[in-house]
Design a binder for this molecule. Structure first.
Ligand code: KIV
Ligand code: ZN
Length: 525
C-alpha cells in the first residue's frame, strides 16, 4: 500500500528515506561538538549530498543548540529539518517546534524510553505513565507540524507487547514516522527483522506510517542491522557521515547507501543520495571535527580503493571489476589532480573551489583563502586538491572565531632554547607575545597562553600529513579540556609548528563557544 506522508507525499514504496543525524547524535558524542558556522557548513554539505531529513539538533539542550537548529531551519533548503525533543517534556517539544518553525519542511522527533531497564532506573516511570506521555507528547508535537516522528528509546530491548501498545498509542496521537532504535547496539540482524515484522503485522494503523531504524554500532552491527530492517519493511534509515555518534557510533550513511546501490540485485531499493559527493562530505566532517576516519574504513578510508598486492594491482589494471565492486569515482575519489600554480588568478581559484564542491564562498573568506593558497603555492612544489580542501576548510570554518592566527616566527635548534614570536588577532585587535618552551611547539603554545590566558589542559596533540612528500602540509589536531568539556581543534600548514598554532587556536575558539552552552549530558539521547 502507498503511504501518503505530510512532507514526502505519495511515497514510492522502493524509496529509502535517508535521515541524517550527524549534527545531533553525531555531534553529541565527546570531542565532536561543532560551533554554529561549522554546523551550517556541514548542513549545507548534507543538503547538497541529498539527505531527505536533516536532524539539526536538540533545541532544549542549550541556547546554542536552539540557535543552530533555528539557523539551519532558516538557511538550508532541500531536506526536511528536524529537531529532537523528549516526549515527556512539554518545554522540549515547544522549543523544538519554535526552532524548526522557519524551515520550509519541518519535523519534530520526540523520544522516550520503553525498555523495563530504562523505565525503572532512568525515567523512574511506570509503563502506564510512559504510555500517557506518548499520547500527550505526540499530540502536542502535531500542533507544530504534521510531520511527527516518535522513537522508542532502547526499543530493541523492550517487551514486544508493550512496544506494540506504545507504537499504537503514538500512531493514534499523530506520529507519522515510528523509529525503533537499537540504542545500545545490542541487537542482532534477526532481532531487528523480528521486531519490525511484528510491529507491521500487529499494530493497528501500521500501514499508514513509515517505520524507521536507528542502530548503534557497539557490536559493529549497525549497518547490517539497518539492512535487516530495510528487508523487514523499514523505509527510513537513520545514520551519520563516517558513522560518528554516541560510543561506537551510528550506522554509517555512506555504507548503507553504497550497500543498497552496489547490491541492487539483492536489495531492490534506492535512495536519493548523490554518491559522488560522499567523499567530499566525509572529508569536510573530518576537517571540522579533527577526527580522520581509519585508513581501512569502508568507502571513505584512504585504503578503501588502494590495491597493494601485485596480484590485485595486475587484476585491476586488466579490468577494475576484478577487485573493485564499485568505482572509486562513484563515491567521489578522483585521481590526485594538480591545482593551478602560483600564477593562477582569483577567478580560476574560485572555479576550482566550485568544482571541489564549495558552493558560494563569501568575498572575505575567498580573499583570505586565496592569499593562503598563493602563500602555499610559493612554498610547495605541487598543490593537490587535498591541499586546497584542507586550506579552504580551515579558512571557511574560522569565519566567526574570536581569536585568529596572524603570524609565527620560531627560533629553534639543538643548542638554543626554542623561542616563539606569535601574533594573534583577539576580538579584532592584533597582539603579540614572545615565549620560550621545551620545544618549538611548547614555546608556541606558551605564547598563545600568554596572549589569551585560560585554564584548559592539553589532552592530545597529533600530527598527520595531508598529502605525500616532505613538502606536504601537516594536519595537526589539538584536544583541550576545561571543566570536563573536551574540544578538538585542527590546523593545516606546510610548517608543522604553524599548523600546531592554528590547531590550538581553533580548539580555543571552540572552547569559548562551549563555555556558553550548558552541558546536555542530563538530556542526552
Ligand atoms: O539512540 C537512540 O535511542 C537515540 C534516540 C533519541 C533516537 O538517539
Ligand atoms: Zn542514537
Amino acid at each position: 500500500m502507498t503511504i501518503s506522508h505530510p512532507n514526502f507525499g505519495a511515497l514510492d514504496p522502493d524509496r529509502i528515506i535517508i535521515f541524517d543525524t550527524t549534527l545531533r547524535d553525531g555531534e553529541q558524542s565527546p570531542g565532536f561538538s561543532m560551533n554554529l558556522t561549522e554546523k551550517l557548513r556541514m548542513a549545507e554539505a548534507l543538503a547538497e549530498l541529498g539527505v531527505d531529513v536533516l536532524e539539526a539538533g536538540f533545541p532544549i539542550a542549550s541556547p546554542g543548540d536552539f540557535e543552530s537548529v533555528d539557523a539551519i531551519a532558516r538557511t538550508i533548503k532541500g531536506p526536511v529539518i528536524c529537531g529532537l525533543a523528549r516526549t515527556g517534556g512539554r518545554e522540549d517539544i515547544t522549543r523544538a517546534g519554535e526552532a524548526i518553525r522557519p524551515a520550509e519542511r519541518r519535523r519534530i522527533h520526540n523520544f522516550i524510553s520503553t525498555s523495563p531497564l530504562h523505565m525503572k532506573y532512568k525515567l523512574r516511570m511506570e509503563p502506564e505513565t510512559v504510555l500517557e506521555a506518548i499520547v500527550a507528547g505526540n499530540t502536542l508535537a502535531r500542533n507544530y507540524t504534521d510531520d511527527v516522528e516518535w522513537s522508542a528509546e532502547d526499543g530493541s530491548r523492550t517487551d514486544p507487547d508493550f512496544l506494540c501498545r506504545c507504537v499504537e498509542a503514538a500512531i493514534k496521537a499523530g506520529a507519522t514516522t515510528i523509529n525503533i532504535p537499537d540504542t545500545v547496539g545490542y541487537a542482532l540482524p534477526e532481532d531487528i527483522a523480528r521486531i519490525f515484522t511484528m510491529l507491521r503485522e500487529r499494530v493497528p494503523g501500521a500501514d499508514q506510517v513509515i517505520f524507521s531504524a536507528h542502530n548503534h554500532n557497539d557490536l559493529g552491527l549497525a549497518v547490517a542491522n539497518t539492512i535487516a530492517a530495510i528487508r523487514a519493511g523499514v523505509r527510513q534509515v537513520e545514520c551519520t557521515i563516517n558513522g560518528i555518534g554516541e560510543r561506537a557510533g551510528n550506522a554509517a550513511l555512506e555504507e548503507i547507501v553504497m550497500a543498497i546501490r552496489t547490491r541492487h540485485d539483492a536489495l531492490a531499493w534506492h535512495a536519493g543520495i548523490e554518491t559522488p559527493k560522499i567523499l567530499r562530505t566525509s572529508k569536510l566532517l573530518s576537517t571540522i571535527t579533527g577526527f580522520d576516519v581509519q585508513p581501512n574504513k569502508a568507502i571513505v578510508g584512504r585504503n578503501a580503493f588502494a590495491h597493494e598486492s601485485g596480484i590485485h594491482q595486475d587484476g585491476v589494471l586488466k579490468n577494475a571489476a576484478t577487485y573493485e565492486i564499485m568505482t572509486p569515482e562513484s563515491v567521489g575519489w578522483t585521481k590526485s589532480s594538480l591545482v593551478m600554480g602560483k600564477h593562477s588568478g582569483r577567478a580560476a581559484f574560485r572555479d576550482k573551489l566550485r568544482a571541489l564542491g564549495y558552493g558560494e564562498i563569501g568575498d572575505n573568506q575567498l580573499n583570505d583563502a586565496f592569499r593562503r593558497f598563493k602563500d602555499l603555492a610559493d612554498r610547495k612544489k605541487v598543490v593537490y586538491d587535498d591541499d586546497l580542501i584542507a586550506l579552504v576548510d580551515d579558512e571557511v570554518m574560522r569565519g566567526h572565531d574570536r581569536i585568529r592566527f596572524v603570524s609565527l616566527d620560531v627560533h629553534t635548534g639543538s643548542k638554543a632554547k626554542p623561542r616563539a614570536e606569535l601574533e594573534l588577532e583577539i576580538d579584532g585587535v592584533v597582539q603579540s607575545a614572545i615565549a620560550t618552551g621545551d620545544g618549538p611547539v611548547d614555546a608556541t603554545f606558551n605564547a598563545i597562553r600568554d596572549l589569551f590566558a585560560h585554564d584548559s589542559v592539553l589532552r592530545l596533540y597529533s600530527v598527520g600529513a595531508v598529502t605525500e612528500g616532505t613538502d606536504a602540509q601537516a594536519r595537526v589536531t589539538v584536544r583541550l579540556e576545561e571543566n570536563g568539556k573536551m574540544v578538538d581543534g585542527q590546523g593545516a600548514d606546510t610548517d608543522t609548528i604553524v599548523a600546531s598554532a592554528r590547531a590550538y587556536v581553533h580548539a580555543l575558539n571552540k572552547l569559548l563557544v562551549k563555555r556558553t552552552r550548558t552541558a546536555p549530558e542530563a538530556l542526552s539521547a
